[in-house]
Design a protein around this ligand. Structure first.
Ligand SMILES: Cc1cc2nc3c(=O)[nH]c(=O)nc-3n(C[C@H](O)[C@H](O)[C@H](O)COP(=O)(O)O)c2cc1C
Length: 324
């Protein structure tokens, strides 16, 4: 195919891409057209130096946006071929998408695409109902479809051991004043196009909590509304840990999240044990897996909730200036 993507196609796909999750809702992405291809870059002005010094979180976030971009183009009948990190001298360009042969979208693509606006991080307690086996299987398949793995932490002692690792990582992070300041700076108590709205922050932690929730200034907990006693914890991992592996993991994360949404499940993310190197290694060893853990999820049946705000598409597009 010799024609490239148009501005209208870029704009429509970017509107879905920006719905992706991102660390502290920083939305660290930019999109542009170059030589007929859509390019996704990480936005260096939106990095979190204390929380994410290596750029792992920004690449996971951009990978998730890339999955939405691919899905939007596929559902529009104009699927793309993707090259990750296409220019060695421009490492901030994470992906380049060029048109593939037009074809109708699959029903599976349509279902996942329809889940994009319904997905949100649900930090509230879930109902105690177990996640059925077929849904667990679908989540694992979603990760595998994107060249990653999903390991479910099964059984009380395994969940307790994971929780211990996660709590100790949380304590390590909380000792760093720059980390605490950065998190506080991204909590929003007034309407804003980015950052984590305090209303979406989940309830305040309490001493009896098994899993450490990153505090986003949430409300006090109603009496008796503790977290589910046996959370379903899932660890997403990739074969390696290069920047390209992290972009792959971001795409896998979004496929898993949309598959969960499509199955009526809620998810919250828990990345403290990924951000602390020792905890990440302990987690990898406890799973007995090769490769690298890239994200932890708590999955279950949650109360309804709402999507959080995003910047407008115009704020994240780099379009050539057309002179009059
Ligand atoms: C790399 C990454 C790490 C994250 N870590 C956490 C976390 O530790 N705790 C948490 O509550 N949310 C975490 N999140 C979720 C983001 O805060 C959330 O995606 C963002 O605020 C946007 O909200 P939404 O998911 O409801 O769209 C993480 C998201 C990403 C992409």
């Amino acid at each position: 195919m010799d024609t490239g993507f148009t501005v209208a196609q870029l704009r429509a796909a970017a509107a879905d891409a920006v719905r992706a999750p991102s660390l502290h809702n920083t939305q660290p992405w930019r999109f542009r057209l170059r030589d007929g291809g859509i390019e996704l870059s990480v936005d260096p002005t939106r990095r979190l130096p204390a929380t994410d010094p290596s750029g792992w979180g920004a690449r996971i976030s951009c990978g998730a946006a890339l999955f939405n971009l691919r899905l939007a183009l596929a559902v529009a009948g104009t699927p793309a071929t993707v090259r990750l990190r296409p220019y060695p001298t421009e490492p901030d360009v994470l992906a380049r998408l060029v048109p593939d042969a037009p074809r109708p979208a699959t029903p599976a693509d349509r279902s996942l695409h329809a889940a994009i606006p319904r997905r949100f991080s649900n930090r509230a307690p879930f109902w105690p109902d177990p996640v059925p086996a077929d849904a667990r299987w679908r989540l694992g398949e979603a990760a595998r479809a994107e060249q990653c793995w999903l390991e479910l932490v099964i059984g009380t002692s395994a969940v307790n051991a994971f929780a211990e690792v996660a709590r100790s990582a949380h304590r390590v992070l909380e000792r760093d004043p720059d980390y605490r300041r950065e998190r506080t700076e991204w909590i929003r108590r007034e309407p804003a196009p980015d950052g984590v709205p305090a209303a979406a922050g989940g309830p305040q932690s309490e001493p009896q909590d098994l899993l450490p929730m990153r505090g986003f200034g949430g409300r006090n907990r109603a009496p008796g509304r503790d977290f589910e006693p046996e959370p379903l914890v899932a660890v997403l991992g990739s074969a390696g840990n290069t920047p390209a592996d992290q972009i792959l993991a971001g795409q896998a994360l979004q496929r898993v999240l949309l598959t969960a949404t499509d199955a009526g499940l809620s998810v919250s993310l828990l990345s403290q044990p990924i951000e602390v190197q020792g905890a990440r290694e302990a987690l990898r060893l406890s799973l007995g897996r090769f490769g690298t853990p890239q994200m932890v999820m708590r999955i279950g049946y949650g109360q309804p909730g709402a999507a959080t705000p995003r910047r407008s598409v115009d704020d994240v597009l780099d379009l050539p200036v057309v002179s009059a």
